[in-house]
Structure formats: structure tokens, C-alpha cells
Design a protein around this ligand. Structure first.
Ligand SMILES: NC(=O)c1ccc[n+]([C@@H]2O[C@H](COP(=O)([O-])OP(=O)(O)OC[C@H]3O[C@@H](n4cnc5c(N)ncnc54)[C@H](O)[C@@H]3O)[C@@H](O)[C@H]2O)c1
Length: 347
């Protein structure tokens, strides 16, 4: 299955079980004389080394392996990667492969954009989250000590290969982290996807996973096309993220991003879609996304207001009043408090 991302610089996404088996042919057709730099993390590379290296048959390549986890997305590693490429005389016509989850994708995208002012890169996302989120939109980043994703650019890959077979080795927790974003897409733009998520049990072995991924990417592709540089409508992709980010931070990142966003969406549903609340709670429980934790109102509100979406004492939130569509609303601290305090009934 192929999906075209029609941005300023269009590219295709291949989504299938086994799509990686076409990589070697694609490289021979498009990058015959290029040297390849394969970037991955230790966990992904150890599990899937044989499969990915087989696709590099006939090419000169080097590997750059990061330690797995968010803490690798830092400026020190970025500089080290740049110096590694320079030392090994990578040139403008060479190619970078980002093989891993969102961490590998984000830092490798930024590296590819910066090295020699831009090298082609191909993304091979290996988590559900990176497949349905990072592979469209071209956001690249590393974290600074002062915060997440503070240093980054917009830079599109030349091609994306999503091979759902890679996802089969994910832990359930990591898979479900991505599933929360699928629920988000469904809530803001796709009622039928929500129905599917509610009626079926989608896991890493789900036969029609490529179709679910395509539905999610279709939504992201449309939203990003309207607002490539994230200046307006693209904010709707942050549904559930205002409280989600605050919960994630408050938990010292012990709660995964998707799990925190799920709780953020639950708070929004409680306020805006009271009738749907019980069904939504069941949905989260089914996917292991509900956690009966609670954080102090003042602390959460403070974290919400320092989030980059807030200006002075106003904040833009995404409200789903009708399932499958949404709107941006600017509210003040008083209303934000009302929404958060309304959650307390479920504790
Ligand atoms: N650029 C974007 O548009 C965008 C969108 C969403 C998230 N992100 C970023 O992505 C990051 C989160 O991504 P993530 O959840 O993929 O995290 P991640 O890359 O840290 O991967 C999570 C864990 O899963 C492991 N893993 C990856 N693939 C695996 C596989 N196939 N089998 C077994 N284990 C595997 C990794 O080694 C890691 O330990 C964050 O830094 C976030 O800011 C970027």
C-alpha cells in the first residue's frame, strides 16, 4: 500500500508487512553510487540487524548506533554524528537511513538536514508511534536541557518504509503508546476509525494494521498539507496534549507520552462529551491506557501554562464537541481549571 505525501517536496510512504524487502531494489534504482549511513538504536539494531543489513547488500555503508531511549536525543550525539560523517567523508550525494522509533527518526532527520546543508534521508519507523506520527510532517529535533524538541527543523524524508513486521517485537506498552495517537486521530477527524478501535482489539499482530496506519497517516497528511509549518490548524493534532504533556512531565516521564495523552483526552471527553465518557474510558482500559493516578490541580495548571501553546494567561485547547471533528478554542486559566477540576468525579 502506498501513500503520497504531497507537500512542497512530495514523497511516498510504503506501508505493508514486509515492505522492507523492497528497500534494496529502491536503493539500487535511486542511490546506485551512494554511500549509506545507517542510524539506529542498540535495541532495534540488535533485534533486526540481519533483516536491515541484508537490504544494504552491494552498498558501502557504516552504522551509527545510539543508546535506546529519549535521553539520546541530545546535542552531544548530534554533534558526534556530524563529526562521524565528516571523518568518514560522507558527501552530498550520499544517503542516510533512520531505522528506529521517533528518537532515532528525530535526531537523524535533523542530522540529515544539517550535514553539508542537507543529505537525502529515508525513514524506516519501527514503533507504532513513529509510523503513524513522525513519518509525516517533517519535524526533526533534539532536546535541550531546557526542554523537549527545542532545537529542530522541518525536513522531509525522500521516502518512508513502514514494515509492520518490525512492530511485532515492540512491547505492549510501547505499542499502546502509539495507539493513543491513533485514538486521537479518530477523535478529531475519523469516526469510523474510532468505531474500529472500539469494536476490535488492535495489537501488534493485528492483520489489518497497515490499513489502520494508513487511516492515521491520511489524517495527518491532510492536516499537515493545510499547515506545513505548524502555524495554525496543525495544532488540532495536539488534542489531549495540553493536559497530557503536563501529566507526562509531572510523572517525571515515567508515564509514556501516549499514555499521558490518553489521560489528557479522558479529561477533555469528561468535560466536552459527558455521554461518551464511559465508552471512552472502556476504550482506554482495553488498550491498557487508563491509569488511576491523579495530580494536584495547581501543579498541572502551572505546567499547562508554561507549555509552548500558551500565550500570557491564554491557552489554545482542542475541543471535540462532535466525535470526528474538532475546533481550536482559546481559553483563560479559569476555564482550564474548570476542565481539569471536572475530572475529579472519576477518582
Ligand atoms: N517528528 C515528529 O513528528 C514526532 C512525532 C511524534 C513523536 N516524536 C518523537 O518521537 C519520540 C518518541 O518516539 P517512540 O515512542 O518511537 O520512542 P523511541 O524511539 O524511544 O522508541 C521507544 C522504545 O522502543 C524501542 N523500539 C523501537 N522499535 C522497536 C521494535 N521494532 N522492537 C522493539 N523495540 C523497539 C526503542 O529502542 C525504545 O527503547 C519522542 O522523542 C517524540 O518527541 C516525533
Amino acid at each position: 500500500m502506498k501513500l503520497r505525501v504531497d507537500l512542497d517536496k512530495p514523497y511516498d510512504i510504503e506501508i505493508n508487512a514486509g515492505s522492507i524487502n523492497c528497500l534494496n531494489r529502491y536503493l539500487k534504482e535511486n542511490y546506485k553510487n551512494s554511500k549509506i549511513l545507517l542510524v539506529s538504536d542498540d535495541l532495534v539494531f540488535n533485534i533486526h540487524k540481519e533483516k536491515i543489513l541484508k537490504e544494504l547488500d552491494g552498498f558501502f555503508y557504516k552504522t551509527y548506533i545510539l543508546k535506546n531511549g529519549e535521553s539520546s536525543k541530545n546535542t552531544e550525539n548530534l554533534i558526534e554524528m556530524l563529526e562521524f560523517a565528516a571523518k568518514n567523508e560522507y558527501r552530498r550525494s550520499d544517503l542516510v537511513l533512520a531505522f528506529g522509533g521517533g528518537v532515532v527518526g528525530d535526531i537523524t532527520g535533523l542530522f540529515s538536514n544539517l550535514y553539508l546543508r542537507g543529505l537525502d534521508f529515508i525513514a524506516i519507523p519501527t514503533t507504532f508511534l513513529s509510523a503513524i506520527d513522525s513519518s509525516v510532517g517533517g519535524k526533526t529535533a533534539v532536546n535541550l536541557k531546557e526542554g523537549k524538541n527545542l532545537c529542530g527543523t522541518f525536513y522531509q524524508p525522500k521516502k518512508v518504509f513502514i514494515d509492520t513486521d518490525f512492530l511485532k517485537t515492540l512491547s505492549d506498552y510501547t505499542f499502546n503508546d502509539g495507539l493513543a495517537e491513533a485514538i486521537k486521530y479518530a477523535m478529531i477527524r475519523d469516526k469510523s476509525l474510532l468505531k474500529k478501535l472500539m469494536q476490535e482489539k488492535i495489537d501488534k499482530n493485528y492483520e489489518n494494521l497497515p490499513l489502520v496506519i494508513k487511516s492515521c497517516l491520511d489524517i495527518k497528511r491532510e492536516v499537515v498539507r493545510e499547515d506545513e509549518k505548524d502555524l495554525g490548524i496543525r495544532q488540532i493534532l495536539n488534542y489531549g496534549h495540553t493536559f497530557g504533556h503536563a501529566i507526562e512531565k509531572k510523572s517525571n516521564f515515567k508515564i509514556g507520552h501516549g499514555h499521558a495523552v490518553a489521560l489528557g483526552m479522558l479529561i477533555m471527553v469528561k468535560y466536552f462529551n459527558e455521554d461518551f465518557y464511559n465508552d471512552f474510558l472502556k476504550l482506554l482500559e482495553k488498550y491498557g491506557l487508563y491509569d488511576n493516578i491523579d495530580f494536584n490541580t495547581e501543579e498541572i495548571l502551572k505546567l499547562c501554562m508554561v507549555d509552548k501553546k500558551s500565550r500570557k494567561d491564554r491557552i489554545t485547547i482542542i475541543a471535540v464537541k462532535e466525535i470526528g471533528s474538532c475546533e481550536l478554542i482559546e481559553i483563560g486559566l479559569k476555564d482550564l481549571r474548570k476542565i481539569y477540576e471536572n475530572r475529579q468525579d472519576y477518582n
